[in-house]
Design a protein around this ligand. Structure first.
Ligand code: DX5
Ligand code: ZN
Length: 214
């Protein structure tokens, strides 16, 4: 299992230290949650913070934009050093154009679905995607409870990927714990995002290592 610690749950007074912890861990990516207070009922941080993390991060940046019309910011996200740009299906009117523009900008395009959005909505775009991110909580906050119906949804996404010949990876975000990570892995996920489970732990590096074994 690839693990993507979410710095939303890091200690912002020690963001450099926490980014260095991720560098020194078994994490495969560093997950960066941007919230605009419109698409989701919370505001997190923006480009200056991503740039600061990017300067010292050695893991690829997985930038999850919980914002309306994310296509407005493609070049800024790229200039922050993002490897993966995650946009919400629900936030893009012309998703095909946005995905193409992310690729043209030199990043890997990923599309995120909220818990109530069916995977079938991606059938005609999934061949173009590097990754699909399934939200396992309603986005906006760290530390929420995992929505159990995500397990069945991972299976339906796996099937859609097989049917369409896509090579998209499956990432799951929200409420991931050491208890539910094996279930998420067994259902077919490639990557888990973990915020609270990692950063509230006494030994975050060890928790990341354990999640990779899920
Ligand atoms: C939720 C964010 C998540 C969040 C996950 O809106 O997209 O990435 O940081 O945090 P936990 O793992 O605490 O649910
Ligand atoms: Zn996220």
């Amino acid at each position: 299992m690839i693990v993507a610690p979410s710095i939303l749950s890091a200690d912002f007074n020690n963001l450099g230290r926490d980014t260095q912890m991720v560098n020194d861990s078994a994490a495969g990516l560093i997950h960066i949650d941007v919230m605009d207070g419109v698409f989701v009922p919370n505001i997190s941080f923006g480009f200056p913070v991503i740039k600061a993390v990017s300067k010292i991060a050695t893991k690829p940046l997985d930038v999850h934009l919980m914002i309306v019309d994310p296509q407005r910011y493609i070049s800024q996200v790229r200039d922050c050093g993002a490897e993966i740009m995650n946009v919400h299906q629900e936030a893009c009117t012309h998703l095909h154009r946005t995905v193409a523009a992310i690729r043209d900008a030199g990043m890997k395009p990923a599309v995120t679905l909220n818990p109530a959005t069916p995977v079938e909505t991606l059938r005609d775009i999934i061949a173009d995607l590097h990754m699909v991110l399934l939200m396992s909580v309603d986005p906006g906050f760290g530390g929420q409870k995992f929505i159990e119906s995500t397990i069945g949804k991972i299976g339906r996404l796996r099937q859609l990927i097989a049917e369409t010949g896509s090579s998209a990876l499956i990432e799951i975000d929200g409420g991931i714990t050491l208890d539910n990570a094996p279930k998420v892995a067994a259902a077919g996920a490639d990557i888990v995002v973990a915020g609270n489970t990692v950063f509230s732990a006494a030994n975050p590096t060890e928790v990341i290592r354990q999640l990779t074994l899920a």
